[in-house]
Design a protein around this ligand. Structure first.
Ligand code: FMN
Length: 168
């Protein structure tokens, strides 16, 4: 059986400890790449068919609305099944203590019985919040392992934290 790293991440304008900055690669994408490199896992990016806005304030408003209505944004190139994988790393940015709604679109598309899920997130202070429980509620039959939380501004330097987490 193989391993899979699935992640959601947003580039473009983001907020880092008091300032707005445009970035080419999102924070969670950076952490996902390190995990995939270290584990030899396949990598899958959850991409919304209609992405959120590039500017931060508009994006915030769109996400807020999607969270409120529990939207399930359509995602591109959804795999047919996850049969080849038994260990799945799932990464996302913390959005108000929750996962982006497109992550739920992904999660609700598969049967999770017998899978091990390793959650990881990037954030600006909230850590994983309650997302491991939300994963357990959504992915019935999966075992949720201890998660990893990386501060967004540390995503470029997450290598050691990832190694420590993988060792455990
Ligand atoms: C809509 C939105 C809501 C957010 N809510 C939180 C939050 O509640 N707590 C927190 O610590 N960070 C929050 N953040 C910050 C992101 O979790 C953080 O910048 C993350 O590293 C972004 O990852 P990405 O670059 O992979 O998209 C939020 C960011 C956005 C865009």
């Amino acid at each position: 059986m193989s391993k899979l790293v699935v992640y959601y991440s947003r580039a473009d304008e983001n907020y880092f400890g008091g300032e707005y900055r445009y970035i080419k690669v999102g924070n969670t994408a950076k952490v996902a790449k390190v995990i995939a490199d270290e584990t030899g896992a396949d990598l899958f990016e959850i991409k919304q068919q209609i992405p959120y806005a590039k500017d931060y304030d508009t994006c915030i408003a769109q996400v807020k609305e999607d969270l409120r209505k529990k939207a399930r944004p359509q995602i591109m190139n959804l795999p047919g099944n996850l049969d080849a994988y038994d260990e799945i790393y799932i990464g996302y940015p913390n959005y108000w203590g929750d996962m982006p709604m497109a992550v739920y679109t992904f999660l609700e598309s598969f049967d999770w019985h017998g899978k091990k899920i390793y959650p990881f997130c990037t954030h600006e202070g909230s850590g994983l919040s309650n997302t491991p429980q939300k994963l357990a509620d959504t992915c019935k039959g999966a075992v949720i392992e201890k998660g990893l939380a990386i501060h967004g501004s540390s995503a470029d330097h997450c290598h050691q934290a990832v190694l420590d987490w993988l060792r455990k």
